[in-house]
Design a protein around this ligand. Structure first.
Ligand code: GDP
Ligand code: MN
Length: 349
Protein backbone atom coordinates (compact mmCIF):
# COMPACT_ATOMS: atom_id res chain seq x y z
CA UNK A 1 0.00 0.00 0.00
CA UNK A 2 1.17 3.53 -0.60
CA UNK A 3 2.52 5.76 2.14
CA UNK A 4 -0.51 7.93 1.71
CA UNK A 5 -2.99 5.30 2.79
CA UNK A 6 -0.94 3.97 5.73
CA UNK A 7 0.21 7.25 7.24
CA UNK A 8 -1.66 8.35 10.38
CA UNK A 9 -4.10 11.15 9.81
CA UNK A 10 -1.93 14.22 9.56
CA UNK A 11 -3.31 17.63 10.40
CA UNK A 12 -4.49 19.40 7.30
CA UNK A 13 -1.68 21.45 5.76
CA UNK A 14 -3.01 24.79 4.70
CA UNK A 15 -2.10 26.66 1.56
CA UNK A 16 -1.85 30.14 2.98
CA UNK A 17 -2.13 33.09 0.69
CA UNK A 18 -0.81 36.06 2.54
CA UNK A 19 -0.85 39.65 1.48
CA UNK A 20 2.44 41.56 1.51
CA UNK A 21 1.59 45.08 0.50
CA UNK A 22 3.57 48.29 0.70
CA UNK A 23 1.12 50.56 -1.06
CA UNK A 24 -1.19 53.18 0.37
CA UNK A 25 -0.75 55.14 3.55
CA UNK A 26 1.08 54.00 6.67
CA UNK A 27 -0.72 52.14 9.41
CA UNK A 28 -1.30 53.71 12.80
CA UNK A 29 1.69 51.95 14.28
CA UNK A 30 4.80 52.57 16.30
CA UNK A 31 7.84 50.93 17.76
CA UNK A 32 7.92 50.93 21.54
CA UNK A 33 10.91 50.50 23.83
CA UNK A 34 10.99 50.50 27.59
CA UNK A 35 14.43 51.59 28.68
CA UNK A 36 16.66 53.37 31.17
CA UNK A 37 19.28 55.96 30.26
CA UNK A 38 21.96 53.36 30.88
CA UNK A 39 20.40 51.16 28.16
CA UNK A 40 21.06 53.83 25.53
CA UNK A 41 23.92 52.29 23.56
CA UNK A 42 22.59 48.74 23.60
CA UNK A 43 19.27 50.13 22.43
CA UNK A 44 20.86 52.21 19.69
CA UNK A 45 22.35 48.97 18.34
CA UNK A 46 18.85 47.49 18.20
CA UNK A 47 17.36 50.59 16.57
CA UNK A 48 20.14 50.79 13.98
CA UNK A 49 19.40 47.22 12.87
CA UNK A 50 15.64 47.77 12.73
CA UNK A 51 16.24 50.90 10.70
CA UNK A 52 18.71 49.27 8.28
CA UNK A 53 16.60 46.18 7.71
CA UNK A 54 13.11 47.67 7.83
CA UNK A 55 12.26 51.12 9.03
CA UNK A 56 14.45 53.18 6.70
CA UNK A 57 11.90 52.09 4.08
CA UNK A 58 8.81 52.93 6.17
CA UNK A 59 9.66 55.56 8.79
CA UNK A 60 7.36 54.44 11.58
CA UNK A 61 7.40 56.36 14.87
CA UNK A 62 9.22 55.22 17.97
CA UNK A 63 7.91 55.63 21.52
CA UNK A 64 10.35 55.40 24.41
CA UNK A 65 9.07 54.79 27.93
CA UNK A 66 10.95 55.04 31.21
CA UNK A 67 10.12 54.97 34.91
CA UNK A 68 12.72 57.70 35.34
CA UNK A 69 13.40 60.76 33.23
CA UNK A 70 15.20 60.41 29.90
CA UNK A 71 18.46 62.31 29.64
CA UNK A 72 19.10 64.88 26.92
CA UNK A 73 21.74 62.54 25.53
CA UNK A 74 19.26 59.65 25.32
CA UNK A 75 16.78 61.83 23.45
CA UNK A 76 19.37 63.35 21.14
CA UNK A 77 21.01 60.07 20.12
CA UNK A 78 17.80 58.08 19.64
CA UNK A 79 16.09 60.83 17.67
CA UNK A 80 19.09 61.01 15.33
CA UNK A 81 19.06 57.29 14.61
CA UNK A 82 15.27 56.84 14.15
CA UNK A 83 13.84 57.73 10.74
CA UNK A 84 10.34 58.29 12.13
CA UNK A 85 9.13 60.67 14.82
CA UNK A 86 10.42 59.86 18.32
CA UNK A 87 8.42 60.40 21.50
CA UNK A 88 9.48 60.13 25.11
CA UNK A 89 7.20 59.27 27.99
CA UNK A 90 7.55 58.91 31.71
CA UNK A 91 5.64 56.21 33.53
CA UNK A 92 3.33 57.40 36.32
CA UNK A 93 4.70 56.47 39.73
CA UNK A 94 1.64 54.40 40.69
CA UNK A 95 2.23 52.10 37.72
CA UNK A 96 5.78 51.41 38.86
CA UNK A 97 5.43 50.78 42.60
CA UNK A 98 3.88 48.30 45.02
CA UNK A 99 0.08 48.43 44.87
CA UNK A 100 -1.62 49.13 48.22
CA UNK A 101 -2.87 45.53 48.62
CA UNK A 102 0.62 44.03 48.45
CA UNK A 103 2.26 42.94 51.69
CA UNK A 104 5.76 44.29 51.13
CA UNK A 105 7.21 42.21 53.99
CA UNK A 106 6.00 39.04 52.38
CA UNK A 107 7.33 40.23 49.00
CA UNK A 108 10.74 40.88 50.56
CA UNK A 109 10.83 37.37 52.01
CA UNK A 110 10.07 35.92 48.61
CA UNK A 111 12.96 37.85 47.06
CA UNK A 112 15.30 36.53 49.77
CA UNK A 113 14.16 32.99 49.13
CA UNK A 114 14.45 33.32 45.35
CA UNK A 115 17.92 34.78 45.72
CA UNK A 116 18.99 31.71 47.71
CA UNK A 117 17.52 29.48 45.03
CA UNK A 118 19.33 31.47 42.33
CA UNK A 119 16.17 32.21 40.36
CA UNK A 120 16.93 34.62 37.56
CA UNK A 121 15.92 38.18 38.58
CA UNK A 122 14.36 36.53 41.67
CA UNK A 123 15.74 39.18 44.02
CA UNK A 124 14.94 42.17 41.81
CA UNK A 125 12.24 44.72 42.61
CA UNK A 126 12.69 46.74 39.42
CA UNK A 127 12.38 43.64 37.24
CA UNK A 128 9.02 42.92 38.87
CA UNK A 129 7.81 46.46 38.22
CA UNK A 130 8.98 46.05 34.63
CA UNK A 131 7.06 42.78 34.17
CA UNK A 132 3.94 44.28 35.71
CA UNK A 133 4.20 47.39 33.54
CA UNK A 134 4.65 45.40 30.34
CA UNK A 135 1.76 43.16 31.36
CA UNK A 136 -0.78 45.76 32.27
CA UNK A 137 0.13 49.32 31.42
CA UNK A 138 2.29 50.06 28.38
CA UNK A 139 -0.65 49.91 25.96
CA UNK A 140 -2.55 52.56 27.92
CA UNK A 141 0.25 55.08 28.03
CA UNK A 142 -1.06 58.35 26.51
CA UNK A 143 1.73 58.29 23.91
CA UNK A 144 0.41 54.98 22.56
CA UNK A 145 -3.23 56.05 22.46
CA UNK A 146 -3.23 57.08 18.80
CA UNK A 147 -1.79 53.78 17.55
CA UNK A 148 -3.39 50.48 16.53
CA UNK A 149 -0.24 48.36 16.31
CA UNK A 150 3.12 48.27 18.08
CA UNK A 151 6.43 46.51 17.63
CA UNK A 152 8.33 46.03 20.88
CA UNK A 153 12.10 46.42 20.73
CA UNK A 154 14.60 45.78 23.51
CA UNK A 155 18.25 46.72 23.92
CA UNK A 156 20.84 44.30 22.57
CA UNK A 157 18.72 42.46 20.01
CA UNK A 158 19.70 41.63 16.44
CA UNK A 159 17.68 41.60 13.24
CA UNK A 160 19.28 39.14 10.84
CA UNK A 161 17.38 39.59 7.59
CA UNK A 162 15.89 42.30 5.40
CA UNK A 163 12.21 42.95 5.96
CA UNK A 164 11.00 44.45 2.71
CA UNK A 165 7.28 44.52 3.37
CA UNK A 166 5.32 46.73 5.72
CA UNK A 167 4.95 44.48 8.75
CA UNK A 168 2.10 46.55 10.19
CA UNK A 169 0.19 46.46 6.91
CA UNK A 170 0.80 42.74 6.87
CA UNK A 171 -0.87 42.48 10.29
CA UNK A 172 -3.86 44.47 9.13
CA UNK A 173 -4.30 42.92 5.67
CA UNK A 174 -4.02 39.38 7.02
CA UNK A 175 -6.13 40.01 10.15
CA UNK A 176 -3.27 39.19 12.51
CA UNK A 177 -3.30 40.52 16.07
CA UNK A 178 -0.17 39.05 17.60
CA UNK A 179 3.15 38.27 15.92
CA UNK A 180 6.18 36.62 17.48
CA UNK A 181 9.55 35.09 16.61
CA UNK A 182 10.76 32.93 19.52
CA UNK A 183 8.87 30.59 21.85
CA UNK A 184 10.01 28.44 24.76
CA UNK A 185 8.83 27.11 28.14
CA UNK A 186 8.94 29.39 31.19
CA UNK A 187 10.88 28.55 34.38
CA UNK A 188 8.21 27.01 36.56
CA UNK A 189 9.70 28.48 39.76
CA UNK A 190 8.76 31.99 38.63
CA UNK A 191 5.04 31.20 38.17
CA UNK A 192 3.92 28.56 40.72
CA UNK A 193 0.32 29.81 40.95
CA UNK A 194 -0.15 31.62 37.62
CA UNK A 195 -2.12 28.79 36.05
CA UNK A 196 -4.31 28.22 39.09
CA UNK A 197 -5.06 31.95 39.18
CA UNK A 198 -5.85 31.86 35.47
CA UNK A 199 -8.26 28.98 35.97
CA UNK A 200 -9.94 30.87 38.81
CA UNK A 201 -10.39 33.79 36.42
CA UNK A 202 -11.82 31.56 33.72
CA UNK A 203 -14.41 30.09 36.10
CA UNK A 204 -16.17 33.45 36.20
CA UNK A 205 -15.18 34.67 32.76
CA UNK A 206 -15.37 31.75 30.36
CA UNK A 207 -17.18 33.93 27.80
CA UNK A 208 -13.84 35.50 26.86
CA UNK A 209 -12.32 32.25 25.64
CA UNK A 210 -12.09 32.20 21.83
CA UNK A 211 -13.69 29.31 19.96
CA UNK A 212 -10.63 28.24 18.04
CA UNK A 213 -7.94 29.04 20.58
CA UNK A 214 -4.42 27.82 21.33
CA UNK A 215 -5.18 26.02 24.60
CA UNK A 216 -3.47 22.92 23.18
CA UNK A 217 -0.29 24.90 22.69
CA UNK A 218 -0.06 25.99 26.34
CA UNK A 219 -1.49 22.87 27.95
CA UNK A 220 -0.77 19.21 27.30
CA UNK A 221 -3.70 18.00 29.39
CA UNK A 222 -6.63 19.97 28.06
CA UNK A 223 -6.19 22.91 30.43
CA UNK A 224 -5.40 20.92 33.58
CA UNK A 225 -1.91 22.34 33.80
CA UNK A 226 0.27 24.91 32.00
CA UNK A 227 3.18 23.49 30.04
CA UNK A 228 5.03 26.82 30.24
CA UNK A 229 5.06 27.49 26.49
CA UNK A 230 5.11 31.21 25.78
CA UNK A 231 5.99 33.68 23.07
CA UNK A 232 9.10 35.56 24.08
CA UNK A 233 7.84 39.09 24.63
CA UNK A 234 11.08 40.96 23.96
CA UNK A 235 9.85 40.79 20.36
CA UNK A 236 6.18 41.44 19.78
CA UNK A 237 4.25 42.92 16.89
CA UNK A 238 0.73 43.24 18.09
CA UNK A 239 -2.63 44.89 18.15
CA UNK A 240 -2.96 47.38 20.99
CA UNK A 241 -6.71 46.92 20.87
CA UNK A 242 -6.33 43.36 22.08
CA UNK A 243 -4.61 44.44 25.29
CA UNK A 244 -7.19 47.18 25.77
CA UNK A 245 -10.08 44.72 25.43
CA UNK A 246 -12.38 43.88 28.36
CA UNK A 247 -11.10 40.32 28.34
CA UNK A 248 -7.46 41.25 28.79
CA UNK A 249 -8.03 44.22 31.10
CA UNK A 250 -10.12 42.10 33.45
CA UNK A 251 -7.60 39.27 33.28
CA UNK A 252 -4.76 41.63 34.16
CA UNK A 253 -6.73 43.17 37.06
CA UNK A 254 -7.43 39.71 38.39
CA UNK A 255 -3.78 38.67 38.19
CA UNK A 256 -2.63 41.95 39.68
CA UNK A 257 -4.96 41.53 42.68
CA UNK A 258 -3.67 37.99 43.21
CA UNK A 259 -0.23 39.48 43.80
CA UNK A 260 1.95 37.09 41.81
CA UNK A 261 4.01 39.88 40.28
CA UNK A 262 5.46 40.40 43.76
CA UNK A 263 4.83 37.17 45.70
CA UNK A 264 6.24 35.17 42.80
CA UNK A 265 7.99 36.59 39.75
CA UNK A 266 5.40 36.46 37.02
CA UNK A 267 6.77 37.52 33.66
CA UNK A 268 4.88 39.53 31.08
CA UNK A 269 5.70 36.91 28.46
CA UNK A 270 3.71 34.01 29.96
CA UNK A 271 0.88 36.40 30.83
CA UNK A 272 0.67 37.87 27.34
CA UNK A 273 0.96 34.40 25.88
CA UNK A 274 -1.75 32.80 28.00
CA UNK A 275 -4.08 35.67 27.11
CA UNK A 276 -3.28 35.39 23.40
CA UNK A 277 -3.67 31.63 23.50
CA UNK A 278 -7.05 31.77 25.22
CA UNK A 279 -8.75 35.01 24.21
CA UNK A 280 -7.56 35.43 20.61
CA UNK A 281 -8.76 33.29 17.69
CA UNK A 282 -5.68 31.30 16.79
CA UNK A 283 -5.77 32.36 13.15
CA UNK A 284 -4.81 35.85 14.38
CA UNK A 285 -1.52 34.62 15.84
CA UNK A 286 1.44 34.81 13.50
CA UNK A 287 4.92 33.34 13.64
CA UNK A 288 7.33 35.60 11.75
CA UNK A 289 9.44 32.76 10.36
CA UNK A 290 11.07 35.24 7.98
CA UNK A 291 12.23 37.79 10.57
CA UNK A 292 15.68 36.64 11.64
CA UNK A 293 15.97 37.67 15.27
CA UNK A 294 18.23 37.32 18.26
CA UNK A 295 17.77 38.11 21.92
CA UNK A 296 20.34 36.58 24.19
CA UNK A 297 20.69 33.59 24.12
CA UNK A 298 18.25 32.45 21.39
CA UNK A 299 18.18 32.87 17.63
CA UNK A 300 15.32 32.68 15.19
CA UNK A 301 17.38 32.06 12.07
CA UNK A 302 15.35 31.21 8.96
CA UNK A 303 16.50 27.78 7.76
CA UNK A 304 14.74 28.03 4.41
CA UNK A 305 17.44 28.73 1.78
CA UNK A 306 15.11 30.80 -0.39
CA UNK A 307 14.16 33.06 2.52
CA UNK A 308 17.78 33.45 3.58
CA UNK A 309 18.91 34.42 0.12
CA UNK A 310 16.06 36.75 -0.69
CA UNK A 311 16.34 38.59 2.62
CA UNK A 312 20.14 38.59 2.88
CA UNK A 313 20.18 36.91 6.29
CA UNK A 314 23.41 37.10 8.24
CA UNK A 315 22.78 34.35 10.81
CA UNK A 316 24.09 30.78 10.76
CA UNK A 317 21.19 28.37 10.28
CA UNK A 318 22.89 25.89 12.61
CA UNK A 319 22.17 28.36 15.43
CA UNK A 320 18.43 28.31 14.80
CA UNK A 321 16.44 27.71 17.97
CA UNK A 322 12.96 27.55 16.44
CA UNK A 323 13.14 23.87 15.55
CA UNK A 324 15.24 22.94 18.57
CA UNK A 325 13.50 20.44 20.84
CA UNK A 326 13.42 22.94 23.74
CA UNK A 327 11.48 25.46 21.66
CA UNK A 328 7.66 25.44 21.50
CA UNK A 329 7.61 26.59 17.88
CA UNK A 330 7.36 23.16 16.31
CA UNK A 331 4.30 22.48 18.45
CA UNK A 332 2.77 25.70 17.15
CA UNK A 333 3.23 24.48 13.56
CA UNK A 334 1.58 21.18 14.43
CA UNK A 335 -1.42 22.73 16.13
CA UNK A 336 -1.92 25.33 13.41
CA UNK A 337 -1.48 22.73 10.70
CA UNK A 338 1.35 24.70 9.12
CA UNK A 339 3.98 23.26 6.80
CA UNK A 340 7.42 23.22 8.40
CA UNK A 341 10.37 24.35 6.27
CA UNK A 342 12.23 21.65 4.38
CA UNK A 343 14.88 19.95 6.47
CA UNK A 344 13.62 21.20 9.85
CA UNK A 345 14.36 17.79 11.41
CA UNK A 346 18.08 18.49 11.14
CA UNK A 347 17.75 21.34 13.61
CA UNK A 348 15.90 19.49 16.37
CA UNK A 349 18.96 18.57 18.52
P1 GDP B 1 15.40 40.34 30.09
O1 GDP B 1 15.31 40.45 28.61
O2 GDP B 1 14.29 39.52 30.67
O3 GDP B 1 16.75 39.91 30.56
O4 GDP B 1 15.15 41.80 30.73
P2 GDP B 1 15.73 43.22 30.26
O5 GDP B 1 16.76 43.68 31.21
O6 GDP B 1 16.09 43.21 28.80
O7 GDP B 1 14.45 44.15 30.48
C1 GDP B 1 13.32 44.05 29.66
C2 GDP B 1 12.95 45.43 29.10
O8 GDP B 1 12.62 46.31 30.14
C3 GDP B 1 14.07 46.10 28.33
O9 GDP B 1 13.51 46.87 27.30
C4 GDP B 1 14.74 46.98 29.38
O10 GDP B 1 15.36 48.10 28.79
C5 GDP B 1 13.53 47.38 30.22
N1 GDP B 1 13.82 47.57 31.64
C6 GDP B 1 14.21 46.62 32.54
N2 GDP B 1 14.31 47.12 33.77
C7 GDP B 1 13.98 48.43 33.67
C8 GDP B 1 13.91 49.52 34.63
O11 GDP B 1 14.15 49.36 35.83
N3 GDP B 1 13.54 50.74 34.13
C9 GDP B 1 13.24 50.94 32.82
N4 GDP B 1 12.89 52.15 32.42
N5 GDP B 1 13.29 49.95 31.90
C10 GDP B 1 13.67 48.72 32.32
MN1 MN C 1 15.98 41.79 27.22
Amino acid sequence: SSAETTAPAAPEKKETTKVFSNSGSKEKATFVSLARNQDLWELVGSIRQIEDRFNSKFHYDWVFLNDGEFSEEFKKVTSEVCSGTTKYGQIPKEQWSFPSWIDTEKAAQVREEMKKNKIIYGDSISYRHMCRYESGFFFRHPLLEEYEYYWRVEPGIKIYCDVDYDVFKFMKDNKKSYGWTISLPEYKETIPTLWKTTKDFLKENSQYVADKNLMDWISDDDGGSYNGCHFWSNFEVGSLEFWRSDAYMKYFEFLDKAGGFFYERWGDAPIHSIAVALFMPREEVHFFDDIGYFHNPFHNCPIDEAVREKNKCMCAPKDDFSFHSYSCTSKFYDIMGLQKPTGWEKYVQ
